[in-house]
Design a protein around this ligand. Structure first.
Ligand code: BG6
Length: 494
């Protein structure tokens, strides 16, 4: 029913900000993959809108550079699909705050859509957040945003950053709500589209073995790590205005935390899933200055290449106090997690690229091996998001041979080895969900507010006290005081 309903309506997928990197490298390739997989309705068009003046053909040529046939590798079939897809792509240039420009868009849509068929229109805002409101208003003034019962259904997709703190996020939510209802609004967090993160609910709630242990009695701490070994890569202007806390912690990492810590929803109904995430986020105590370490990378040689420091990046003010690293100890005040630290860290310019959730169990209490040369170590369940997605569980084993002694070993599940299928890109899954109308993986307004509440006080404190982030060399493990923060909770970052 819900599964197939999306194929019975014609679809107009409009990407606003279509000449930008996200649109060209992620959104259109994802639409193309969905087309190759047969997940697009028979009648659809993809329409790009941006300021750059371009013909339909020039736009198609731009898209072509990034389209790949991941699901249909045969060369001939791939070419035929690419041609057929590109024929359904159109382009309109205009100004975001000019309703007239959107009038031109409306005309292109009217020409391509069949008038006797119900339509679904998706407007994907691939634009900086300061353009969200003018664009939404222009869409409304061009009568593009309203649903028409039985005939037309409109949806808008927006992507973080949603404001800079709770107040500015609320203002954006209110402003957009004047044009698009909450029902029409899809707030994307692309981490929720990643396979391993989507698997969190299956891992926790489709298995018997984890849930009875998933609490303060058996778990000592949870560590969530997000590391990149690159700098801000030409995005200094954006990054300096937001910093690592707003760029990835308040969204990607908090979402991972929510999926790790939440209760089992009543069902897979998107509202029930989101209810549980809201509940657990509201249980998280807002971080304070005592719970946080921030850092900023400085120039150093990494893998034989001299790397710039953050302050040397083009577009970064010389006195910037924007953190490129943060480690935070969060506490969840509920019966399941009381007293258990959730240590989360995120940083750019580090010595690895990885994202993982590490559940550290408590040590076995008094036991027969306590006095042996290798006493039992705590079990750890590691959910590896990237690279090499997979899950591993460490446990103690008897070492082969004599005399009896213990060794820590690992049970490993590697996605690459177990699954033959192509892993869909996060944007593919999420865009398909938008088309289908499944909101489980999108952030509801109250969830966004709850996530901001965790970080807003500490962001304000860091900024009003002009707290300088600790320097750390590019290609290192981050500032040393982050190790000290972890040590307070008997933890170490690995
Ligand atoms: C984005 C951040 O949301 O995620 C970037 O703005 C970051 O700073 C990126 O590099 C990482 O995404 P992924 O999917 O490559 O891990």
């Amino acid at each position: 029913m819900v599964q197939q309903e999306h194929l019975s309506r014609q679809l107009s997928f409009v990407v606003i900000g279509a000449s930008g990197d996200l649109a060209v490298k992620k959104i259109f390739p994802a639409l193309f993959s969905l087309y190759c997989r047969g997940d697009m309705p028979d009648t659809f068009c993809c329409c790009g809108f941006a300021r750059t003046d371009m013909s339909h053909d020039a736009f198609r040529a731009l898209l072509l550079e990034h389209l790949a046939c991941r699901y249909t590798p045969g060369e001939q079939e791939c070419r035929a699909l690419t041609d057929a897809f590109l024929k359904r792509c159109f382009y309109v240039s205009g100004q975001y705050d000019a309703p007239d420009s959107f009038g031109a868009l409306a005309r292109v849509l009217a020409e391509t859509e069949k008038s006797d068929m119900p339509t679904r229109r998706v407007f994907y805002f691939s634009i900086p957040p300061f353009l969200f409101m003018p664009t939404a208003q222009s869409l409304a003034q061009a009568s593009l945003s309203d649903d028409i019962p039985e005939k037309r259904q409109c949806r808008v997709v927006i992507e973080k950053p949603f404001g800079r703190d709770r107040a500015s996020s609320d203002e954006l939510t209110r402003g957009l709500a004047a044009v698009f209802t909450e029902e029409q609004t899809y707030r994307i967090d692309h981490y929720l589209g990643k396979e391993v993160i989507q698997n969190m609910m299956a891992l926790r709630f489709a298995n018997l073995v984890f849930e009875p242990l998933w609490n303060r009695v058996n778990i000592a701490r949870v560590l969530i790590t997000w590391m990149e070994d690159i700098g801000v890569e030409g995005r200094a202007g954006y990054f300096d205005a937001y910093g690592i806390l707003r760029d990835v912690m308040q969204n990607h990492l908090l979402q991972m935390l929510a999926l790790t810590a939440m209760e089992e929803p009543l069902s897979l109904n998107p509202e029930y899933v989101r209810d549980e995430k809201v509940k657990v986020l509201r249980s998280a105590a807002p971080a304070t200055l005592d719970d946080i370490v921030t850092g900023q990378y400085v120039a150093a040689s990494y893998h034989g290449t001299q790397r710039k420091g953050y302050l040397d990046e083009d577009g970064v003010p010389p006195d910037s106090i924007t953190p490129t690293y943060a480690a935070v100890a969060l506490k969840i005040r509920n019966r399941r997690w009381d007293g258990i630290p959730f240590l989360i860290r995120a940083g750019k310019g580090l010595n690895d690229r990885k994202t993982e959730i590490r559940i550290v169990f408590r040590k076995v209490p008094a036991n027969i091996f306590a006095n042996s040369p290798n006493p039992p170590e705590a079990n750890e369940l590691v959910i590896r998001v990237q690279p090499d997605p997979g899950i591993s569980l460490s446990f103690m084993n008897k070492k082969l041979g004599m005399p009896l002694s213990l060794q820590k070993t690992e049970l490993k599940l590697s996605y690459a080895e177990v699954f033959d299928e192509q892993t869909p890109d996060a944007y593919e899954s999420l865009i398909l969900d938008v088309i289908k109308g499944d909101k489980s993986l999108f952030i509801r307004a109250d969830e966004l507010a709850a996530a901001w509440d965790v970080f807003t006080p500490v962001l304000h404190a860091l900024e009003s006290c002009t707290i300088r982030p600790q320097p750390y060399p590019f290609g290192s493990n981050g500032p040393q005081s982050a190790d000290a923060l972890a040590a307070l909770y008997k933890a170490d970052w690995r």
